[in-house]
Design a protein around this ligand. Structure first.
Ligand SMILES: NC(=O)c1ccc[n+]([C@@H]2O[C@H](COP(=O)([O-])OP(=O)(O)OC[C@H]3O[C@@H](n4cnc5c(N)ncnc54)[C@H](OP(=O)(O)O)[C@@H]3O)[C@@H](O)[C@H]2O)c1
Length: 235
């Protein structure tokens, strides 16, 4: 797909991997709808994206677990941009590792709602518009935890296995509609995700988020007759 001028919606664009995806797509001349909660971080990514060459960049600050806000912001994006060519579902949270009964009810529900429920709801809201485009794509930034059972991550893995199932079925369902669907299954990435959950991990040895963002741009920019449905990235 030629990326110049394409309208891209990116969740979790205010930080980590999503921020770097925004910056790489900005350099390709995309029009960016950048979603996150933290207004300050969001504004900084909007500004850096415009400086890097984005044709347009707007921030949408809201909590994805608020279903009303999700619906109204999806409508606002369609009004502001007129259409959507690419959806990148990237927002996610992680819980500190431990047995299931060490994970609080609040964290369990927040993890499912952020990583899985909101991803399906936002995709459902934007899908009819994506189908109207000549070329359209959905990339779900999942995790190796959607493929491999890792001790202490029961709830996080449940959401990521869920996203993998959703991705695979959506690919089949949209095979005739022109909407290409893909999942990215990466191992540890050097972002603040673990620190936000209070876990101390050797972040510096993990894949750099800008390198992972390059993978997303590569996946999206393949010619029309080549689509990478499932990409696994290891350290
Ligand atoms: N880092 C890793 O090692 C790793 C490995 C495999 C997979 N992943 C996956 O990659 C994705 C991105 O992770 P990351 O490492 O970039 O994490 P990160 O640096 O913590 O960034 C997470 C992003 O998601 C947004 N977000 C979280 N909860 C939200 C909510 N309720 N509503 C709206 N936005 C919300 C955050 O917004 P705010 O800035 O407003 O909080 C932030 O922009 C996640 O799906 C994660 O599971 C990460």
């Amino acid at each position: 797909m030629k990326l110049k001028d394409k309208v891209v919606v990116i969740t979790g664009g205010s930080d980590g991997i999503g921020k770097h995806i925004c910056q790489k797509l900005a350099s390709e001349g995309c029009r960016l709808a950048i979603l996150g909660r933290n207004e300050g971080r969001l504004e900084a990514v909007v500004a850096s994206s415009l400086a890097l060459g984005a044709k347009e960049a707007r921030g949408y600050a809201f909590d994805l677990t608020d279903m009303g806000a999700l619906e109204s912001n999806a409508e606002a994006i369609l009004t502001d941009f007129g259409s959507v060519d690419i959806l990148i579902n990237n927002a996610g949270i992680w819980h500190k590792t431990g047995p299931l009964d060490s994970i609080s009810t609040e964290m369990l529900i927040a993890t499912v709602q952020t990583n899985l429920t909101s991803l399906m709801l936002l995709t459902r809201s934007l899908l009819p518009n994506l189908r109207q485009q000549e070329e359209a794509a959905i990339i779900n930034v999942v995790s190796k935890s959607g493929i491999m059972a890792q001790a202490g991550q029961s709830v996080y893995s449940a959401t990521k296995y869920g996203v993998r199932g959703f991705t695979d079925v959506l690919k089949e369902d949209e095979s005739e509609s022109g909407v290409r669907v893909a999942g990215l299954y990466q191992s540890g990435t050097n972002t603040g995700m673990f620190a936000k959950a209070g876990e101390d991990v050797p972040n510096h040895i993990f894949t750099e988020p800008e390198d992972l963002a390059d993978v997303v741009v590569f996946m999206l920019s393949r010619p029309p007759k080549l689509w990478m449905h499932e990409v696994r990235v290891e350290l």
